[in-house]
Design a binder for this molecule. Structure first.
Ligand code: FPP
Ligand code: MG
Length: 324
């Protein structure tokens, strides 16, 4: 099922999120407006706003008032990608030149900062400290995750636990936050707020695990970004971590050389992909992702059946079945 079909219960509200993204990312500095528009109108999946809206609707909040905050989490996500593309020296994002290619690193970093501030202004306008605390904690964790990933790049001693901590921080915390914000808006009990955080955290982990597999198995056109980037950047993601544990000495040398090389051609990527496929570690990583999907879906069980609960369960499946 497509994400748009899954999100039908909040279709009108997602349209309202789009309106906020257009209306509230302007600046008196023309280039800021141009670059913000470029990254925000560039085919993002809007999965974080969808989680926020579906959670708030599940818990009985008049969802129309949630659109501003939904747009804020998307702005934070866009800001983080602008920064990430600088860190990763990315070439393409969503099928188009990455913002760092179009405007350079300085503008990308600063427009990312602008979007993060704009999102904070929206969060402040709700007059609820818990909203602001949730967002700042998530962004802080995201930053820590990115730093940890850099610290552990090209570190062949990294294990599965270290890797899971990195992806929990850099990706899953913002997913958890999006769900928590929906619950806070709805005035849900602390118990339901924690339940939705658990759901969000687990689909976030599953989402990043799938992302890291797609980095090896997809292609540039389909993914809208360059495949093999993790390997090229020396990032040891789960398929590689598991492979290094059980490969032959010769295969280990090929994997480690590729991680240290700083360049990667199509032939080398094909060779590495074949090693990972042969060792079964791409499949093992997807199997682990599916375990996190199950934890997320189980977390939804205390809620009575509804269109929103079905949609949230379907988003969990989508996180690992998507091809981009
Ligand atoms: C994508 O990872 C990037 C992230 C999950 C988070 C990036 C966060 C920061 C740079 C911290 C700054 C945060 C803010 C809000 C300004 P990836 O490189 O694995 O995925 P990709 O393949 O899509 O690039
Ligand atoms: Mg990246």
């Amino acid at each position: 099922m497509s994400l748009a079909t899954i999100c039908l219960p909040v279709q009108a509200d997602l349209k309202a999120v789009e309106d906020v993204l257009i209306q509230h990312t302007g600046s008196s500095v023309g280039l800021v407006t141009e670059a913000a528009k470029y990254v925000l109108q560039n085919g993002g999946k809007r999965i974080r706003p969808a989680l926020l809206l579906l959670t708030s609707k599940l818990l009985g909040y008049p969802v129309t008032k949630a659109a501003d905050l939904g747009a804020a989490v998307e702005m934070i996500h866009a800001a983080s990608l602008m920064h990430d593309d600088v860190l990763d020296d990315a070439e393409i994002r969503r099928g188009k030149p990455a913002s760092n290619v179009k405007w350079g690193n300085q503008i990308s970093i600063l427009v990312g900062d602008f979007l993060w501030c704009r999102a904070s202004e929206i969060a402040i306008s709700y007059g609820n400290d818990r909203i602001l605390s949730s967002i700042t904690a998530a962004v802080k964790n995201t930053t820590e995750g990115e730093i940890l990933e850099i610290v552990r790049s090209s570190d062949f001693d990294i294990n599965e636990e270290d890797y899971l901590r990195i992806i929990e921080l850099k990706t899953a915390m913002l997913f958890a936050c999006s769900c928590q914000l929906g619950a806070i808006l709805a005035g849900a009990s602390k118990n339901f707020e924690e339940t939705m955080k658990t759901y969000g955290l687990n689909i976030g982990i599953a989402f990043q695990l799938a992302d890291d597999v797609l980095d090896y198995v997809s292609n540039d056109v389909n993914l809208g970004k360059k495949t093999g980037t993790d390997l090229c950047e020396g990032k040891l993601t789960l398929p590689i971590i598991l492979a290094l544990k059980k490969c032959s000495e010769g295969e280990g040398k090929i994997l480690k050389d590729a991680l240290l090389a700083n360049t990667l051609d199509a032939a080398k990527l094909k060779e590495i992909r074949a090693i990972l496929e042969n060792l079964g570690t791409l499949q093992e990583s997807m199997n682990l992702a599916k375990k996190y999907v199950k934890i997320a879906k189980d977390a939804l069980m205390p809620f009575k059946p509804s269109l929103e609960r079905d949609a949230l369960a379907a988003i969990a499946d989508y996180a690992v079945s998507r091809d981009k």
